[in-house]
Design a protein around this ligand. Sequence first.
Ligand SMILES: Nc1ncnc2c1ncn2[C@@H]1O[C@H](COP(=O)(O)OP(=O)(O)O)[C@@H](O)[C@H]1O
Ligand SMILES: [Mg+2]
Length: 237
Amino acid sequence: MLEVEALSAGYGHVAVLHRISLRVEQGQSVCLIGANGAGKTTLLRCIAGLLRPSGGRILVEGNDIAGRPASTRLDFGVTLVPEGRRVFAPMTVRENLEMGAFRRLWPRRDRQVGADMDAVFDMFPRLGERQGQPAGLLSGGEQQMLAIGRALMSRPRLLLLDEPSMGLAPRVVQDIFATIRKLNQQGISILLGEQNANMALQSAARGYVIAEGEIVREAESTMLARDPIVRTAYLGL
Ligand SMILES: Nc1ncnc2c1ncn2[C@@H]1O[C@H](COP(=O)(O)OP(=O)(O)O)[C@@H](O)[C@H]1O
Ligand SMILES: [Mg+2]
């Protein structure tokens, strides 16, 4: 599904990612764990086309997308749920979901959009109840659900999630991760950037550890959770 090969990126003259390589197989759920500032967001932004890498390749189903603009990601089924949710606060819940389906509404209306919105409301009943309200009035957990719902409206085959648990209460975090597992069971491939290593390793089949812009570990999640370095540095054990 996704192959990242020797990817380097940074901001101006500051190099942040150093020859990162990573894979997500079709239908797989993979997590990327690392401390604050390790480079998770930078990597996800490169894959989502929001930041141009300085070197390396990003292959999606065999196509190198590294140099192509963000708008083309939809053609490859790649959608990012950004860090901090980034919902459109003054717009209603429904309008936010429509924004996620923008390319399917214009220039020609895809008739499945309505059914997909109903599916989002089935998955997140709270969003259905509040569909006419401004997104800025939702709780943090509801905004995260909306950010995920908005991403689903583009019908992704690979969903990139950047710190979905950030700032949420433990019970809400459980709900969000249950949703991510459900989406993976529906066949969507997942790449999840998280500081919450405990939840991420429970939810994903495979994991990578990123530190200072380099991949320092990669293994099945169950193996990573037993790794002494991971246990002390990331799981606080
Ligand atoms: N817009 C930016 N301009 C300059 N440096 C940045 C920018 N965004 C992030 N960085 C730097 O890049 C490094 C990696 O950050 P980031 O990818 O956000 O890490 P993470 O998501 O793992 O917390 C950090 O040192 C951070 O300070
Ligand atoms: Mg980040």
